[in-house]
Design a protein around this ligand. Structure first.
Ligand code: TXA
Ligand code: MG
Length: 332
């Protein structure tokens, strides 16, 4: 077996913390059954203890070990059958074996099954459920490649496994499956429509405005994923963008501007200050490149980053959610 997988599993069994790739973002993992190991995650991230962690499992057969799933088995079978392994997390009543520190004292636990061969190999080898938040300092942009993790967590973690670039690039959709009408607590790549179709029932979609004023999920903070550089959002087709310019300014579009020279001239920005998340506006590509682009621009010493908002449909809802939270720290 791969020596890295063995080393990571050994570290986890010994109460250590390791960085592992998932299909969404990189995670900072510890044995979820070991409260002291889990505490190290909070310390390394500088994360408040009232922000619960997601439990990662190998497959749906592990659900019963850690949660009271029976009452919800019809919904769970539909969701896990359609989407696991994959970027959707379900919230269920927790069993006592899960220490309170994982759920911040809540009687419910969020569980997901990551779709990445390295993470799965570590789950299989260690035979442990792994608590893992995104592998970034608390509040900062989530990492989608190992370079980003190293740039922000540095030598705080000994073992970091490189699994390449994350295929999705946004954290998982979180679904509260226990409420009378299932409810999305955090939007992600798996959309409300896709979930509703699989369940064969209506679900309550996530509402950015409501959540930002009055968090419906612990940890769904108004400010999150923030760059240090001032970030300003604008709607597609907005004019008069120069009012937001501040010294050295970068601008990021959802797709490559069709009339690039014309746009550069109109904005009076050098061509090198104009960026885009995707060539053709494919929102899956935007999602994949979102956090890495923001982090790259954040470390490039701009005074301001202007960023176009995506269309609010499909995965665009989750992209917009992350951008709104990222910009919330800066007065618009
Ligand atoms: O894609 C993902 O979900 C990534 C990868 C690493 O798996 N993980 C991730 O973890 O995004 P994190 O810690 O950055 O976000 C976890 C969020 C919390 O902020 C909270 O909103 C929600 O999950 N959460 C966790 N436990 C919960 C619970 N018991 N009830 C409600 N929400 C919960
Ligand atoms: Mg996070």
């Amino acid at each position: 077996m791969n020596a890295d997988i063995v080393a990571a599993s050994r570290e986890l069994k010994g109460g250590g913390v390791v960085v592992l790739p998932t299909e969404t973002v990189y995670g900072l993992a510890a044995n979820a059954l070991d409260g002291e190991a889990v505490r190290k995650i909070f310390t390394i991230k500088g994360r408040p203890l009232n922000n619960p962690l997601i439990l990662h499992v190998l497959d749906s057969s592990w659900l019963e070990r850690y949660s009271h799933v029976k009452k919800y088995s019809i919904r769970i079978e539909k969701i896990t059958g359609a989407f696991w392994p994959g970027p959707i997390t379900v919230v269920l009543p927790k069993k006592a074996i899960i220490p309170d520190i994982v759920t911040s004292g809540s009687s419910r636990v969020a569980i997901r099954c990551p779709d990445h061969p390295i993470f799965q190999a570590v789950l299989r080898t260690s035979d442990l459920p792994l608590a893992a938040p995104s592998a970034n300092p608390f509040g900062y942009v989530s990492p989608t490649c190992i370079g980003q993790v190293k740039a922000t967590l540095g030598d705080r973690v000994k073992i970091m496994l490189d699994g390449g670039e994350c295929a999705i690039g946004l954290e998982s959709t979180i679904l509260d499956i226990t409420s009378p009408v299932p409810r999305i607590l955090r939007p992600g790549a798996i959309t409300a429509d896709a979930i509703s179709e699989v369940l064969g029932e209506d679900i309550i979609d996530h509402d950015v405005q409501i959540v930002s004023e009055n968090p419906s999920a612990p940890g769904q903070l108004k400010q999150h994923y923030c760059t240090d550089t001032r970030l300003v959002l604008f709607e597609h087709g907005s004019r008069e963008l120069s009012q937001y310019f501040a010294g050295k300014t970068a601008i990021v579009f959802m797709q490559r501007p069709k009339n690039f020279d014309g746009i550069a001239k109109k904005l009076q920005l050098p061509a090198e200050a104009i960026f885009w998340f995707s060539d053709d506006g494919n929102l899956n590509v935007v999602a994949r490149n979102l956090f890495s682009t923001l982090q790259r621009l954040d470390s490039a010493h701009y005074n301001a980053i202007l960023c176009e908002r995506p269309p609010r449909a499909g995965i665009g809802i989750a992209i917009d959610d992350r951008l709104l939270r990222a910009a919330a720290k800066f007065k618009q």
